[in-house]
Design a binder for this molecule. Structure first.
Ligand SMILES: Cc1cc2nc3c(=O)[nH]c(=O)nc-3n(C[C@H](O)[C@H](O)[C@H](O)COP(=O)(O)OP(=O)(O)OC[C@H]3O[C@@H](n4cnc5c(N)ncnc54)[C@H](O)[C@@H]3O)c2cc1C
Length: 496
């Protein structure tokens, strides 16, 4: 039983975004978190050394820099500094070669030689409609696109880069590897239309609002959201795993920042059979298995440009990545899986100490994989940075299965909260008109298991909160989230 108007289960970025929105509407909000600290995918910890922080999950924030929720919330005004690397991401290849995606589009094109012009023609039109493209993809996937030109530009590029026939027309190995490395963020089969949409969104942002890291670690973002909730009378209960929705009776709205499986568990047999079956059929995607390192010095990349990048993709050529990622999505483990790597101190020098250099890296592995990723990740880095092993002071690994123990939302280690197939990016978690509402009155799903899906953008929480405000409290005007804006007074008495 709770005395709050709104109970929120889970404090990942979406639970927190929902909390901010509901509290700003003048409602009493209570947030429950199973772990000892808030943040979900936004936690940072000193893993090896008191003075050196590692991000436990998310590290790089192109979505937080661009999303409509964070645009309005305004992280900068709340003291969260998003720092930009000179090179947004890099993709090393054998023989000391590398594709480098500078924040500056012209510098990128110059470095891509004969493919430079093609890269410019791919990205420039998207950059010109960036706001429309971001708002289209980071939406509930049900509204008519406001920027039809952006939608058309996205659609044509998805067709030419998301199928086997259209490999994009590049002539070198660097440019297609660069683009496919971004598509691999979709954690699924390659090529595919869904992963091509991811490549276009993240790919153009690398030259626009950027792929920044928050100064001091990802937890800074969670702290800023939590401060706003507390300032508007919200309360947190950490170390409390909710096991049954009946615990929250008394709240007029319950928002679940949980997986689809979590919703099934919490609701027990109260869900209508048809809806429960649809949730059971919801498919989970590949897992992440992570390794954190403490090094004595920066990674000795064969190509020095890679060492100036905020994010590094290790996956070899486009063909290698298509083979590995497709096999991985089918549950076949690879000896050389795709690896995402970040040396945070390249962008935020304060993250390193003398002789202590943090590295964050995770591999794509099949769902439910319990292999220790240490050997695989180390040998993959060594391929492009001979001598890497000599710099390792400390290391810690987390298997795909461990990730679900760490956070129940990562089912089988799936950090995307459900496979991001084209179908499941819309029918997320089911094909309801309002994907945030459930058949249980007053119960809403607000996690990355709803559109627009994974990443730290806060949009699932924000859109779910707006749905709850409308349906449960009769509030049709979205409260202002801007720093210093006064909360609405009317919500508590309205609606039904
Ligand atoms: C290794 C890794 C790297 C990533 N890298 C990036 C990145 O660089 N950039 C990026 O944008 N995204 C990244 N992501 C993805 C991003 O972290 C997630 O998409 C995002 O955190 C999802 O937000 P959420 O609020 O839906 O859920 P989560 O962040 O998963 O939070 C859910 C919270 O709910 C709690 N919870 C669940 N069930 C219950 C219950 N019954 N009772 C109480 N509490 C409960 C959990 O403990 C958890 O704290 C990464 C994820 C991982 C794991």
């Amino acid at each position: 039983m709770t005395a709050a108007d709104v109970a929120i289960v889970g404090t990942g970025p979406n639970g927190l975004a929902a909390g901010v929105t509901m509290a700003r509407a003048g409602l009493r909000v209570e947030l429950y978190e199973a772990a000892g600290t808030i943040g979900g995918g936004l936690r940072s910890e000193a893993l090896f050394d008191e003075g050196v922080v590692h991000d436990v999950c998310s590290a790089v924030h192109p979505m937080a820099a661009a999303s409509p929720f964070f645009r309005e919330f305004d992280l900068a005004a709340r003291g969260v500094e998003l720092l930009h690397p000179e090179i947004s991401y890099a993709h090393p290849l054998d023989g000391g070669r590398a594709g480098l995606a500078h924040r500056d589009l012209a510098a990128t094109c110059a470095g891509l030689g004969p493919d430079g012009d093609r890269w410019r023609r791919l990205m420039e039109p998207l950059l010109a409609r960036s706001r429309g493209l971001v708002d289209l993809i980071l939406s509930d996937q049900r509204s008519i696109p406001r920027d039809v030109v952006a939608a058309l530009r996205l659609g044509t590029r998805m067709l030419s880069h998301g199928t086997r026939v259209g490999a994009g027309g590049f002539v070198t190995e660097e440019a297609p590897a660069l683009l496919t490395g971004v598509a691999a963020h979709g954690l699924g089969k390659l090529p595919s239309l869904g992963s091509a949409a991811v490549a276009m969104l993240l790919g153009h942002l690398a030259h626009g609002t950027g792929w920044p890291l928050p100064r001091g670690g990802s937890a800074r973002i969670a702290d800023a959201l939590a401060e706003d909730i507390t300032a508007h009378s919200g309360a947190f209960r950490t170390g409390h795993r909710v096991t049954d929705l009946r615990e929250l009776s008394g709240a007029r709205a319950v928002l679940l920042d949980t997986s689809a499986k979590g919703l099934l568990e919490l609701a027990g047999d109260r869900l209508p059979r048809r809806y429960a079956r649809a949730l059971e059929r919801f498919r989970y995607g590949p897992a992440a298995a992570k390794v954190d390192f403490l090094l004595s010095e920066p990674i000795p990349w064969a190509n020095p440009g890679v060492g100036r990048a905020g994010t590094v993709h290790l996956g070899g050529t486009r063909e290698e990545m298509c083979r590995q990622e497709t096999a991985n999505a089918r549950g076949v483990p690879s000896e050389e899986p795709f690896v995402l790597l970040v040396e945070p101190a390249v962008t935020d020098p304060g993250r390193a100490r003398s002789g202590k250099w943090p590295v964050w890296a995770y591999a794509h592995v099949p769902n439910g994989d319990d292999r220790d990723p240490l050997r695989l990740v180390r040998s993959h880095i060594e391929r492009y940075a001979p001598g890497f092993g000599d710099t390792v002071l400390e290391q810690r690994s987390i298997t795909g299965v461990d990730y679900e123990r760490y956070n129940p939302n990562y089912v089988g280690g799936d950090i995307g909260s459900g496979a991001m197939t084209l179908r499941q990016s819309i029918a997320r978690p089911t094909a309801r008109l309002d994907p945030y509402s459930t058949p249980l009155p007053g119960v809403f799903l607000c996690s990355a298991a709803t559109p627009p899906g994974p990443s730290v953008h806060g949009m699932s929480g924000y859109l779910a909160a707006r749905s709850a405000l409308r349906r449960r409290f009769g509030v049709r005007t979205t409260p202002s989230l801007a720093p210093g804006a006064r909360p609405e007074a009317a919500a508590r008495s309205g609606g039904g």
